[in-house]
Write a protein that binds this ligand. Sequence first.
Ligand code: SAM
Length: 198
Amino acid sequence: MRTFVLRARAASTDSQQLLAAIGQSAHAEILAHTIMNCVFVAQSHREDVVVYLVLESTADYSRTICINANEVRDFSGFHEMALLKKVANALDVSKGMGKEQQRQVEQGISVRTLSFEKLVQELAQDYQLYMMDKKGTNIREQDFDENPCFLLTDHIPMPKKSFNSLKRLGTQNISLGPKMLFASQCVVLIHNELDYRQ
Ligand SMILES: C[S@@+](CC[C@H](N)C(=O)[O-])C[C@H]1O[C@@H](n2cnc3c(N)ncnc32)[C@H](O)[C@@H]1O
């Protein structure tokens, strides 16, 4: 299973604020572009892909939205607004949830009030974690097993203390070359590299 985690530090957990942030400084469109490139290929969608979006601009708890491409019945299109409406709907469903609770939003989509730190601790039990980092090991020189999990951020860098906890979880740093890319562009290159190896 290819798994992607987007830590969206600027993304609001309020659905209306999130939708209003398309093209604004919080760049909500990053979430839509990342879902698009994780899940879709031309005329189809990928199988065996799971995407976690962790939205951290919040008045209470971070929201971790999980999208399992094998299980989602209908994405209602792949344009920005269609994809962000899925995210907004998950946020609405999560209203009033206490800490570390979970709700099913629709088939293949669930939402939890779970922090990034807790999520990666969980994922590290079943997946090798890879932090996407321009200064890491060239992806072309890296071996991957069946269950890679790639960690990405929005335009706000990962806080320093997260690097230490990720290191303790055995996270490896992987580079996609010398240019600083968008998270969604990283996803395309990761898929492409793994597609060649299948
Ligand atoms: C727009 S970048 C984040 C930029 C952020 N201001 C920073 O300094 O980390 C979005 C994500 O893509 C990853 N990324 C961008 N270019 C990369 C590259 N050449 N190799 C590996 N990861 C890359 C970053 O590590 C980050 O997770």
